[in-house]
Design a protein around this ligand. Structure first.
Ligand SMILES: [Mn+2]
Length: 263
């Protein structure tokens, strides 16, 4: 099946912004292999990988944005990154002409500016600067993985967040209810930084941080949010296969994309 009713998959083999543990450029191949080995439950149109330009972030980001823009009439996009800034440019390509909410599962608030250097920590800031009115929610934040000024900045930039303590105190269902009520009046983009998952379950990431979600909790969170909000795009980012153990992190990324399909 192809055209407007199809679910489209593409990879972005790019980790040019990673300052920590590079390797996310290898993730699309691993995630694609794992995704294609899951039971067939929907038709998937595989567009291959974006033709990135190693060493040229601006040109690569432009190509990511153009690709997403060309696919913005599709039912749902599944995207395998790549580092986290990939999300900012797929988001931009899809957000043209509509108010697009951004929900991100991440240990980090990612509110740095490009003047602070090219890192994965820019992503949410890039999205807020592009979409001043869109609701933005970060789920799974670790206090020990973000400097205090980042929490102050999130208030100032109107970025909602739930820490791991909030998740434990409120419970997953309550957090899902709150996020859904905040995002239900707009179309949404869901980004899954695999570092939201505890490193015991997902060791193959750029910036691991202890005290995260279990695989079961992450699967439930993604499935519940997707069922309720029917996101137009879902990505998995920051998977670094060279640091993985037996592909468990790539396999989890594939399952998260799989359960996000809401058709
Ligand atoms: Mn992160």
């Amino acid at each position: 099946m192809s055209g407007e009713s199809s679910i489209v998959f593409f990879g972005v083999p790019w980790d040019g912004a990673v300052a920590g543990r590079p390797g996310a450029r290898y993730a699309p191949a691993h995630i694609r292999t794992a995704l294609c080995s899951l039971p067939k439950r929907f038709d998937l149109e595989d567009m291959g990988d974006i033709d990135v330009v190693i060493g040229d972030a601006e040109e690569t980001w432009k190509r990511i944005k153009e690709t997403a823009k060309a696919l913005n009439n599709r039912r749902q996009l599944l995207i395998a990154g790549g580092d986290h800034p990939v999300s900012a440019f797929t988001y931009q390509g899809l957000a043209e002409g509509r108010r697009l909410g951004y929900i991100v599962l991440d240990a980090h608030l990612d509110l740095r500016t490009t003047s602070e250097g090219l890192t994965s920590g820019l992503t949410t800031r890039l999205i807020r600067e592009y979409a001043k009115e869109a609701p933005i929610t970060v789920i799974g934040v670790r206090p020990w993985a973000n400097p205090q000024y980042m929490f102050n900045l999130s208030e100032k930039l109107d970025v909602d967040y739930y820490t791991m303590d909030d998740l434990e105190r409120l419970g997953l269902d309550e957090v899902v209810d709150r996020v859904v009520s905040c995002h239900k009046d707009v179309q949404n983009y869901i980004s899954i930084d695999l570092d939201v998952v505890d490193p015991a379950f997902a060791p193959g990431v750029n910036a691991p941080s202890p005290g995260g979600l279990s695989t079961r909790e992450t699967i439930k969170l993604v499935a519940s949010l997707s069922k309720a909000l029917r996101p137009i795009a879902v990505d998995t980012v920051e998977v670094s296969p060279p640091y993985d153990v037996g592909n468990v992190t790539s396999n989890l990324a594939a399952v998260l994309l799989y359960v996000s399909v809401w058709q």
